[in-house]
Design a protein. Structure first.
Length: 608
């Protein structure tokens, strides 16, 4: 995610901003910038790429003199990574400057309104809209202008703001995006995350939603959205810097698992408007959606598994035939792409070599290509005809969790949209599915909070030689991901099988004590799955079952049962995967493996 640092005090601001931003680098970013007030004007330097470039451009901050400044590392959301789209952003006469973390969901509406008043925009970002909106409402009182824009903006934001007319003040405000402030020895500092501030102070104020801070070099005042002063108490941070970078979590993988509720919400909420699914970036008319004859999903690893899950949904719900292929196979198999085939390439990084080659191959053959991508401005995002972003934020652990969850959500939205447009889902059906979708974040959180139970179970299997995952239909797709999660980070051999296939070979591998994880989330397949559980138990397997709340029948057969909350039958993957991710994670750390950077693996596979 983006990073914010701001400083007002007796020292030169730029070196402090650079230092603070460097402490936020671990979060991932694609561009960086600073704005510093030099006594006469606010100077901005920003650039696409690493912080090193900003450092060089400003000679370590020397060429940007001044004791009031804001800095930013950007993870692109609106508009590709570029010098122009990098923060900070000015208003038209460069008297107001803003850095922003978060997403302004109604920015297009606000932009149109401002354009109608003669405002012009230099960038594609939602942040520039904030700067111009401040300009629109600013009548000499910064606090008033800030509260006015808070009433107009929908979405999430943490902002650092400088007004040239108020050169002794630094403003900050937040809603649904973290922000902290602290008294340093030589002044006051704001930051989006603890590591940026720890070198200067350990006593910080956590800004709550819709709170505003006005700081001078010596004072700090807090206000609510009605401009009323509020009292706040500071908190002493005892973490070491390493722990702080992981937000207090032991590993990035655990942190990212806990970010799943937010990744899910951020991916669906901007695309649900007035009870309907609106995916503008799809760029397809209803007529074009109705003309789709086939969907071909192409991806690698976990992204491929989300494609496997969504096949059942596109086919079951929208009645569109789907083929799912591994990118490394697709690119060399002379695929048949008839007219009316929509190719969907799924990728977290947007740089996976095989997926990119598959995209090029599909385009060469005349297919329309939709990318489902997490990294804005990545190669797949740029080269696809249309791109639907997953808003999971930067993922650092090699084993994907939150990007995987966001990919599932993107495909649920597409499947529901296609089904609705093609007359396979009526208003009531859509409304009920959207209700279930909105429940997913809190349900995921509940499952995550049950982690100790999984940890205890995982500790019994640290010495396992192999583990099997079985399921039918969507549950087979979940099993594939559960199996990959376990093997890639714990180095225990594991395999996923369509439960009906067991008898065709695999069952000969089951012996006394072999762990078999059975996933049963599809009620019409419960009985079949229970027969499969009985079969492996007869051969000595120990069975861990993951099933829906209420399916207590399974307790008669399985040895250990984990229940997931009730949801739409097509969304169960989003819940059933949580205990399986936790299982892989706890086995890995129990064995002492490097869970965030497993051996032989890279986060982004940019070579074939
Ligand atoms: O960046 P991508 O989504 O294209 O990456 C695809 C796979 O390399 C990735 O999902 C990989 O399987 C992960 N390590 C799984 O956790």
């Amino acid at each position: 995610m983006c990073g914010i640092v701001g400083y007002i005090g007796d020292e030169q601001a730029a070196p402090i901003l650079l230092d603070g931003l460097s402490r936020l680098e671990y979060r991932g970013y694609d561009s960086a910038g600073m704005a510093v007030y030099d006594g006469q004007k606010i100077n901005v330097v920003k650039s696409k790429g690493r912080l090193k470039i900003l450092n060089e451009l400003t000679h370590g901050g020397e060429t940007l003199p001044g004791m009031l400044g804001i800095g930013h590392t950007r993870w692109a959301t609106h508009g590709e990574p570029s010098d122009t789209n990098a923060h900070p952003h000015y208003n038209s006469d460069e008297s107001i400057v803003v850095v922003h973390n978060g997403i302004i969901e109604n920015y297009l509406k606000l932009k149109k309104k401002l354009e109608a008043h003669g405002y012009e925009f230099r960038s594609e970002t939602d942040t520039e809209v904030i700067a111009q909106l401040l300009d629109f409402y600013y009548k000499g009182n910064p606090l008033q202008a800030i509260t006015k824009i808070m009433h107009r903006m929908e979405g999430s934001y943490a902002l650092g703001i400088i007004f040239k007319d108020h050169p002794d003040e630094l403003y900050a405000v937040r809603k649904d995006s973290p922000l902290i402030v602290g008294h340093a020895k030589t002044g006051n500092i704001i930051a989006s995350d603890v590591p940026a501030i720890l070198r200067y102070t350990r006593d910080v104020y956590f800004i709550e939603n819709e709170e505003i801070v006005r700081m001078t070099k010596d004072t700090m005042e807090f206000f609510n959205v009605d401009e009323e002063p509020i009292e706040k108490t500071s908190t002493r941070i005892e973490w070491d810097v390493n722990a702080a970078e992981k937000g207090g979590y032991e590993h990035f993988m655990l942190k990212e698992m806990y970010e799943q509720p937010k990744a899910i919400t951020d991916t669906f909420s901007p695309r649900i408007k007035d009870g309907k699914i609106v995916i503008e970036e799809l760029g397809m008319t209803d007529e074009e959606i109705r003309a789709i004859k086939k969907i071909m999903i192409v991806a690698c690893g976990s992204a491929y598994h989300t494609g496997m899950t969504s096949k059942y949904i596109y086919e079951g719900l929208a009645r569109i035939p789907v083929e799912v292929d591994l990118a490394s196979e697709f690119r060399y198999r002379n695929p048949i792409l008839e007219e009316g085939t929509l190719v969907i390439i799924i990728s977290q990084s947007g740089e996976t070599a095989d997926s990119l080659a598959a995209l090029r191959e599909a385009k060469k053959r005349g297919a329309r290509v939709l990318g489902i991508v997490n990294v804005v401005g990545s190669s797949i995002a740029r080269e696809a005809d249309n791109v639907m972003y997953t808003w999971a934020g930067p993922e650092i652990a090699v084993a994907t969790t939150k990007a995987y969850s966001a990919q599932l959500i993107a495909q649920y939205l597409l499947a529901m949209k296609f089904a609705y447009v093609r007359g396979k889902l009526d208003d009531a059906g859509l409304a009920s599915m959207l209700d279930d979708l909105r429940e997913l974040p809190s349900q995921v959180e509940m499952l995550l909070n049950n982690k100790e139970k999984i940890q205890k179970f995982a500790n019994r299997y640290l010495a396992a030689r192999e583990v099997f995952f079985i399921g039918r239909g969507i549950d087979y797709a979940i099993s594939m991901e559960g199996s990959l999660k376990l093997k890639e980070i714990s180095y225990i051999h594991s395999e996923a099988y369509a439960a009906g296939e067991l008898k065709h070979g695999t069952i000969s591998l089951i012996e006394d004590g072999t762990l078999v994880t059975a996933v049963l989330t599809q009620p019409d397949l419960y009985k079949k799955m229970i027969s499969n559980i009985v079969e492996v138990k007869t051969r000595g397997a120990f069975v861990l079952a993951v099933t829906n709340t209420g399916n207590t029948e399974v307790e008669k057969t399985a040895d250990y049962v984990i229940y997931i909350p009730e949801t739409n039958r097509y969304f169960t993957n989003s819940l059933a995967i949580i205990p399986l991710q936790l299982f892989g994670y706890y086995v890995s750390i129990g064995k002492g493996c490097d869970v965030d950077k497993p051996r032989n693996l890279a986060k982004s596979v940019t070579v074939e």
